[in-house]
Structures are given as C-alpha cells and as structure tokens.
Design a protein around this ligand. Structure first.
Ligand code: SF4
Length: 342
C-alpha cells in the first residue's frame, strides 16, 4: 500500500526530504502542492525535479481516498459523498448548504464502538480509525467535486472523533494552517458523544477549535438507555467537565440534543435541561428532531416538539432547533453508513 502525501504536516514533509536526500526547501513546495494547489497527480508538481517525482511515485500517492459516488438531495441542499479507503473500507461525508454557509460533516472512524441506539453507524460496530490523510481527504475531494468553497467543517460523521483523538486534532490543525488550507478555527467543530478524559485533554491543551457535546438525555437512566457511553461517563461528570471547559477556555460550547419520540421529548425533560445548563458560561443548545430511518426510534410529533421548545423559553442560553438536512439521503446526524457497505 502506498503512503499518501495528504495528511503530512510540514515537519513530516521535512523528514521525507531527508529520507529522499533533498534540500529542506522542497518540503514547503510539497506542502503547498498538497494543501494550496490541490493537485491530483504527482506529475502535476511542476517545480519539482523529474527525478524526485519518480522517487516519490515508488512509495507514495497523493490521495488516500477514492471518491466512489456522490448524491444530491432533491428536497434539501445536501450532497453525500461515498469514499473508499486504501484498505477497502467505505466511509461517508455530508455537505450541507445554508445561505452563505457550506458545511462538510466528515467521518473520523470506520464504524463506531459507542453503540448509540439511535445511530446507523453504530450497527456497523467499530472497524478502524481513519488516518489523518483519510480524514482530511474527505474535505479536499469534496471541495474539488462541488467546485466552491467549504466554509465550515464538523467532525460529526461516522465514528467518535475523541476515540481517534490524535489524528482528529492533527487533521484539524492542517485544516487551520494559515500556510495551507487556512480555515478559521472557529469554523471547525469537533463533536463528541461525551468521552470525558478526552474533553479534559482538549481543555488542558487549550485547542482553539469549537467543541460540541451530544447530550440527548436528562437523567442517567434515560441517557444510558440510548447512549451506553453514559455508564462510564455519567451525566453529572460530563456536565462538570463541560462547565470546566467553558470556564477555562472562555469559548462557546454547543450541546446537541437529538429529540426522540417518547424517549427524551417530555416537558419534564425540557425543564431538567433548563436546570442542568443553568449557570453554564457560554453554552448553546441545539435541538435536533430525530431523522427517522428504518429503526425503532421515531421523531416526535410537531406539537410535542413545539411544547418542548416552549418549555425551554425561560433559558438564559441560546437555543436553536435544527431540522436534519438530507433526510431523503440518510444524511442526518448519526445516520451515515451501512447501506453502502460491502
Ligand atoms: S452517534 Fe456518533 S458516537 Fe454514537 S454510535 Fe453513532 S457515530 Fe458513534
């Protein structure tokens, strides 16, 4: 299997130059070709000597992914991309267009070990972590395909990003690198189901990317029934670590709450949410009425959603209701995967 150049940072390109016996200035050229000029073939690296290109061709390729298919949603402005990794696994990303904002939701693992009961990816189980290149290449190949700038990235596709922490942070740093892709850190969001040790690590290292936490429950019992991660990462501890995050980094934290019919959609749940998040510095709540698939879970009726939102009105924190985009192409949160798996 050839090593991909996408995914390497400048230090790694320097190491590669040493390995190939080249002057160090070549590392910057390679970095620029990958992340600024976005080439697809080694022969396009025009300012590099032919002998270097021949050496590179022996063990390296540019893209670690192959774009297999892309689908447009007819009802909403959504595109879904299916990629194949070098190991033959299939992964997906979803692009959502909203006025001037073009957001790509990217995957970080093949499958997922966390087994959230409402999630299609969970049914695959965990297969493997994606490499830095495989994470980043979803962005680069999608951008080429749609031919317009992608303004925001969310790490919220297949997999739990904080269980592939090192690669996810490195990919986010490469997206943010001012000498490369140069996407602002406020436009990059990492979404976790609540891996407490990694939220602590993220807080301590003062990473400047945005953080979102999938809450989805207002009692331990209820949350555990749909998110088994809650057994070892309880709601109280999660809220404590979230509070410490907002106080330490002084950045907005988003709580995601997928609304599931007769599971977590009662007015009592809304009232509990109010008291759980009261006093939390700089937090937002994002209510996401569930995007129905073939499984056992249902989206609450419109009246119930309305009652839930009305009960949240006294909140001192901002609340948004996000209707999942791309329901006709299975592109809602936690709903990527499996249908195309081989
Ligand atoms: S919702 Fe996210 S964390 Fe939970 S099983 Fe699905 S992919 Fe994993």
């Amino acid at each position: 299997m050839k090593k991909s150049l996408i995914g390497k940072n400048l230090d790694e390109f320097s190491d590669l130059c040493i390995e190939l016996g080249l002057e160090n200035f070549r590392s910057k050229q390679l970095f620029n070709w990958m992340y600024r000029n976005e080439v697809n073939d080694l022969t396009e690296l025009k300012n590099l000597p032919k002998s270097l290109i021949e050496d590179l061709k022996i063990g390296h390729c540019i893209h670690p992914l192959e774009l297999i298919n892309s689908t447009n949603s007819s009802s909403e402005k959504t595109n879904k991309f299916l990629f194949k990794t070098q190991s033959g696994a299939l992964i997906e990303s979803v692009l959502m267009n909203e006025k001037n904002r073009v957001t790509l939701c990217i995957s970080t693992q093949v499958g997922c070990a966390l087994d959230c009961k409402f999630c299609a990816t969970a049914k695959m189980g965990f297969k493997e972590n994606l490499s830095v290149g495989e994470i980043l290449d979803q962005y680069l190949l999608a951008r080429q395909k749609i031919n317009k700038p992608i303004t925001n990235i969310v790490f919220m596709g297949m997999g739990e990003p904080f269980l592939n922490y090192k690669n996810v942070i490195k990919a986010a740093k490469l997206l943010n690198d001012p000498n490369g892709i140069n996407m602002g850190s406020k436009r990059i969001t990492i979404s976790t189901a609540g891996v407490i040790s990694k939220i602590e690590e993220f807080t301590k290292s003062k990473e400047k990317f945005k953080l979102a936490i999938s809450l989805n429950g207002t009692t331990n019992e209820q949350r555990t029934s749909i998110m088994p991660i809650n057994i070892k990462n309880s709601l109280d501890e999660l809220l404590n670590v979230a509070r410490r995050y907002t106080e330490t980094v002084n950045r907005w934290l988003t709580f995601e709450y997928v609304l599931l019919k007769e599971i977590n959609d009662s007015v009592e749940d809304a009232k509990r949410l109010l008291s759980m998040l009261a006093g939390m510095k700089k937090c937002k709540l994002n209510i996401i009425p569930y995007n129905e698939t073939d499984g056992e879970f249902r989206r609450p009726d419109k009246d119930q959603i309305e009652n839930f939102v009305i009960a949240l009105r006294p909140a001192k924190f901002p609340i948004t209701v996000r209707w999942s985009k791309g329901t006709d192409i299975d592109a809602g949160c936690g709903q990527l995967a499996t249908r195309n798996q081989v």
